[in-house]
Write a protein that binds this ligand. Structure first.
Ligand code: MSP
Length: 648
């Protein structure tokens, strides 16, 4: 019988700069799902690639004095190098400059034209150059800027082809609201309200103002503009309308497209509309995650030096980075990155949790039995609880992987790690080891631990593929015992299993020293123009510590947030300040949406006299720094700090 197939994709990345850790999240997450599905026996197709056309690339290449193709070739090599480094097991890599893709996109464009879904018109609109997007007046943010990046847009007019979206509005609304296509589902209503209820507008799909794109065959001054080119990759890479591959029938429709929230609209509305117009089946799921942020800002090239994945990987290993970013990001929400949180997590979960479990178990088997367990056994208290939890783990992880909730999958695995460490404390093998008559009991305890580690490490291997084989070596598990089937049963290792003491799999990191070392590296790597023309304002006159002590600064958490009616600048925030709660009004609406703030910890000036702002009472102030461009950038403290903690 043919194996069941599973097709998963990342977005195709713009190779307009070097890849950074923000790009790693989707790729690592898809890789883990792909590996998990392969382990389950699926025939997996995991696709990633690069989206190489567009004005931005054309301009960058020109500035570097090279052709666009020369420019992207260098960048694509960087992406591939990073994916090798992070152990990304993609099955196929598509470049939108590949010949077969170019021809297939031309065929798709022509087909849509012939069917009457593409027509020629004139575009007048607001254009955002960095996002390469046209926006209608109603879609702009309240400052008249781009709704995605909030930068200025300019009026633009040109002859263009359009893709008719309206015929698909009803079907797309149903897809979003009545199926589980979109994950998390709570984003569906917002999409329907913002883009469908207001009338699904036709999409501009060609440009004449630059050349670096796929020419429209019947009107060569036009190039196919961004989305028809980019989105088609998911099917052209399988051989749709080309001879390069022949897997379309086998793998389409995709099981999961994974993307971040900024390109959700394109995948939730435009992509289904294109497929409907082509009469092709729709993908099964679209998993949308948030951004990896740094100080509340989307991590991007300019911050790449702070968290260069190569530097971090060299210091802690690719698996530790993979673990950290997947453990931190909940589907749908943003995850804030800090070197300190990462190092603490490596220490607590990997070094103290998993690493300790493995090294203590193996060391005791070595010490008390010379490395080979005797076959006599004696069951005892606590065994059943551990064994039941270990046997149940696979089903839990399966469920979370199927829902693309990888943070929860890892949390479930690490619950068992904690349970097993607790089992060591409960059974106290070092006491059993002193008593000859307890040897059979001791052997049982160590066997149960080795079995639990086998199950844990098998299920963890798709997430941390390079470290787990080291664990198997240490617990004496032959490669053929490491299977998905065996991860669901207990008692798989031979009774006389032989362990091999080995190196510590995750050494503990000295947090303070490491942060110092990282800061030094970051300092060295910081680009000279890092301050981007920003001039620090003159320092204020000195004050005494007593003056400073008068200011009561606290950690607080945003519980609710909404715009102040009739104000473009003000947000009203309900805070949990550890002291009963309060309301604060802040002039940051130009730079933050309410949903960017809900759940975040902020710094509150708690003892400012209340004032009325636009008729709303503000009982304090939240701290923000002046951004380079005159923006206000909220200073987010560590999310783990308790509400009400004093800041000194
Ligand atoms: N080329 C388009 C995608 C076309 S897919 C048919 C594109 N490219 S991108 O390189 O700008 O972004 C690719 C993906 O990386 C997007 O999902 C984007 O949100 C994601 N990320 C870029 N920075 C990120 C973070 N800091 N955090 C998480 N994901 C981030 O958009």
């Amino acid at each position: 019988m043919d194996k069941k197939t599973f097709y998963i994709t990342t977005p195709i990345y713009y190779p307009s700069g070097n890849p950074h850790i923000g790009h790693c999240y989707t790729t690592v997450a898809c890789d883990s799902v792909a590996r998990y599905k392969r382990m389950q026996g699926y025939d997996v197709m995991f696709l990633t690639g690069t989206d190489e056309h567009g004005q931005k690339i054309e301009e960058k290449a020109k500035a570097d004095g090279v052709t666009p193709k020369e420019y992207v070739d260098v960048k694509v090599a960087q992406f591939k190098k990073l994916w090798d480094y992070m152990n990304i097991s993609y099955d196929r890599y598509i470049r939108t400059t590949d010949d077969y893709h170019v021809k297939a996109v031309q065929t798709i464009f022509n087909r849509l034209y012939e069917k009457g879904y593409i027509y020629k018109g004139e575009y007048t609109g607001k254009y955002c150059t960095p996002c390469e997007s046209f926006w209608t007046e109603s879609q702009l943010d309240e400052n008249g800027c781009c709704p995605e990046c909030h930068r200025e847009v300019k009026e633009a007019k040109e002859e263009a082809y359009f893709f008719k979206m309206s015929p698909f509005a009803d079907r797309i609304e149903k897809l979003l609201l009545e199926t589980d296509y979109l994950r998390p589902k709570y984003r569906a209503q917002e999409l329907v309200n913002n883009f469908i209820k207001t009338g699904l507008e036709d999409l501009c799909v060609s440009r004449t103002s630059f050349k670096w794109g796929i020419p429209v065959t019947f009107d060569e001054k036009h190039v196919v503009y961004v989305w028809i080119d980019a989105l088609s990759n998911y099917i052209t890479a399988l051989g749709y309308e080309n001879e390069e591959y022949d897997d379309y029938k086998k793998y389409w429709p995709a099981d999961v497209h994974m993307v971040a929230k900024d390109i959700m609209r394109f995948h939730a509305i435009i992509w289904p509309a294109m497929l409907m117009a082509l009469d092709e089946p729709l993908p099964k799921h679209l998993a949308v995650h948030g951004w990896i942020t740094f100080n509340g800002q989307k991590m991007s090239k300019s911050l790449g030096n702070v968290v260069d994945p190569f530097i971090l990987g060299e210091r802690y290993g690719a698996d530790a980075i993979r673990y950290h970013i997947m453990r931190e990001m909940a589907l749908g929400a943003d995850s804030s990155f800090s070197n300190e949180i990462m190092i603490n997590r490596i220490n607590s979960d990997l070094a103290n949790g998993l690493g300790n479990l493995v090294s203590r178990t193996v060391a005791m088997a070595d010490k008390y039995f010379g490395g080979t367990l005797p076959e006599d056994r004696e069951a005892g208290e606590f065994d059943d609880d551990l064994i039941t939890q270990a046997k149940a783990l696979r089903e839990k992880v399966d469920g979370f992987v199927d829902q693309t909730q990888l943070n929860n999958a890892l949390a479930a695995i690490f619950e068992l790690v904690s349970r097993a460490n607790k089992y060591i404390d409960e059974t106290a093998p070092w006491v059993l080891g002193k008593d000859e008559s307890k040897k059979a009991r001791l052997a049982s305890v160590l066997y149960n631990l080795l079995e639990t580690i086998r199950i844990i490490s098998t299920l963890l291997s798709p997430f941390m593929p390079s470290t787990m084989p080291k664990v198997w070596e240490q617990i004496g598990a032959d490669k053929e015992l490491i299977t998905y089937e065996n991860a669901g049963s207990f008692g798989v290792l031979p009774a006389d299993v032989r362990v091999n003491r080995g190196e510590i799999i995750f050494p503990r990191i000295d947090v303070e020293k490491e942060i110092e070392a990282l800061n030094e590296i970051i300092g060295k790597n910081a680009p000279k123009e890092d301050n981007g023309g920003f001039e620090a304002p003159q320092q204020l006159p000195e004050i005494d510590i007593e003056d400073f002590a008068k200011v009561d600064i606290r950690v607080a958490q945003v519980r609710e947030c909404e715009k102040v009616k009739k104000s473009k600048k003000l947000l009203k925030l309900q805070l949990d300040d550890g002291m009963g709660g309060r309301q604060v009004v802040s002039g940051i609406a130009q730079w933050y949406k309410p949903e960017d703030l809900v759940g975040k910890k902020i710094q509150l000036i708690a003892n400012l006299k209340p004032v009325m702002l636009c008729g709303v009472e503000s009982q304090g102030m939240i701290c923000a720094a002046d951004g380079k461009d005159g923006s206000a950038v909220v200073i987010f403290p560590d999310q783990n700090l308790p509400n009400g903690a004093k800041i000194r």
